[in-house]
Structures are given as structure tokens and as C-alpha cells.
Write a protein that binds this ligand. Sequence first.
Ligand code: TRP
Ligand code: ZN
Length: 319
Amino acid sequence: MKHSVRLAGPAATTAVTVVAAALLCGGGATAGAAPAPRTAAAAPDISLTNVKAHLAQLQSVATANGGNRAHGRTGYRASLDYVKAKLDAAGFTTTVQQFTASSRTGYNLVADWPGGDTNQVLMAGAHLDSVTAGPGINDNGSGSAALLETALAVSRTGYQPAKHLRFAWWGAEELGMVGSRTYVAGLSATNRTKINGYLNLDMIGSPNPGYFVYDDDPAIEQTIKNYYTGLGVATERETEGDGRSDHAPFKNAGIPVGGIFSGADYVKTSAQAAKWGGTAGQAFDRCYHSSCDTSSNIDDTALNRNADAVAYAVWALSS
Ligand code: TRP
Ligand code: ZN
């Protein structure tokens, strides 16, 4: 099957480009030969409107459940049910993994996109729980909503990646990455080695944003940076919290990891404000872990760019 060309979905629209690239490269490839991985399928533009609609739903969930979506509270389960229903309707195979933390029941939501080589799995994840202090819209409704919309775009475009795609929404990150640690601990040695990469999204719409790329697996890091370079947006290496989110258990298990981050309670320097705009001398997110982390605690430009970066990376790393 090495000469098969997929024509469903976005591959069909990029087939001409792929053939032209093959001819230009002159590598002896005949027209219709299997495309090089990085040019196989263009990632779709992720709709900011749709991502914000998911955020509005998560805000409503918090408002209806005592103001938060925290582990062990009704707002967490309602958040999970919202995301799960969208994924089920889009054709994903969803699994809810239950665990206990601080004497309360928690859940991970795992969504597999049928197809692809299950010996080569690309995972992307975001924690879905908030702290009890507030609704957690930037932390981490932003990553959860962008991940959901990326997964829905996989379905909408009929994407048939070479690798198997698995998306995850983690519970109890705010209690010390309990959900993601539970998931990784439950993987057999074989299944662990099948995961080629894990992409983490935790806080990607900060109101005074920075553009940070995790300084971890070099191939994943470079793929993400390529996206921002194409936009003309400067990035910095993420240094605020190595090991402070759900990529840590994956990294500790020897799985290549990467991710993006728009900043939490650290203060933006004047050099950073000069290249990214926003306010120097102020935190990237002044509402980090507090009650004001609401729907208004989001920078739309950052959320839009970062959601597109997620899709870009998912496509590039799975094709
Ligand atoms: N994990 C933190 C939280 O959810 C947020 C955070 C702070 C973070 N610094 C980070 C996430 C660096 C990723 C990278 O509260
Ligand atoms: Zn977080």
C-alpha cells in the first residue's frame, strides 16, 4: 500500500501541491507517489467563533454549578459531558477513565479517532478541571476548547492521518496532575512505546499573552515554532513551569512531549511587551487561579493563533 494516495478530505485539495512538490524535488517520484509526511495534508484554520462558543458553554457550566468546574464537583462532570457529547456525535470512540483523588471521584475523557497506524499514536491533551476558586476559562477552558475544536475539525474534514490520533481531557490536574498520571500509569509497556508524541495545552488564551513553546522534544518544538514563524510571531522557550502540567507524566515515561503556553502568574517584561504587545509589568494572566478567570479573561488574538497552532501541529505530526 505504499503508493496509495488518500483523496478524502483535505488531502484532495492539496494533491496538486503534493504532485508539484514531488516533481520539483525530482527524487524519481512519479506523479501520485506517496507524499512526503510534512506536505501530506494542510491543517484547517480553526474557527475562533467555535472555540469561543465552547468557552461560553464551559462558563455556563461553572455558573450553574457554584462558580467552578473543579475536580469532584458537579461542574467538572458537566464539563466532561459537554465535550464527550460533541466528540461522540462527530464519530470519535470515547472512553471515560475513573479515578479517586482527595476522596472524590475524578474522570479523564479519552477520544480515539478511528483509523491510522495504532502502533504509532499521536496524543494531544488538555486538563478540563478548574480550581475551586473560579470557572477556569483561560486555565484551562482555553486548551480544552481549542483541543475540542481541533478534534471536531478532524472529523469535519474527514482527515485520515497515517498515525492514530488520540485526544484526552484530563481530570484533577490542579491536584497534581492526578488524571494524566493515572492514565500513563495504566499504560502497558507496549502501549506506552506506541505513543510517538504528546502535545499539551494548558492556558493558551492569556489576556496579556506571551507565546511560549515547550523546550522539550526537538522535533515537536520545531514543528510548533514553524507555525509561529509563518505568522511572523516571535516565540520564547517555555521556562515558567517545566513539569507543571500534564506533559510531565508522559515525559517521565520516556514519551516525546511538547506544547504551547501563553503565560500564567509571571510578569511580562518590557522586552516581551515590545515584541508581543500587551502590558509590561503585569502578569500574563492576572486572574490565574482566581474567580475572575471568566469568559472575559481571554485574549482573542492569542486564542485564535494558538488554536490554529494546535491544528497545525496535530496535522504535521500525524500525517
Ligand atoms: N499547570 C498550571 C495550572 O494549571 C498552569 C501553569 C503554570 C503552566 N505554569 C505553567 C502550564 C507552565 C504549563 C506550563 O495551574
Ligand atoms: Zn492549568
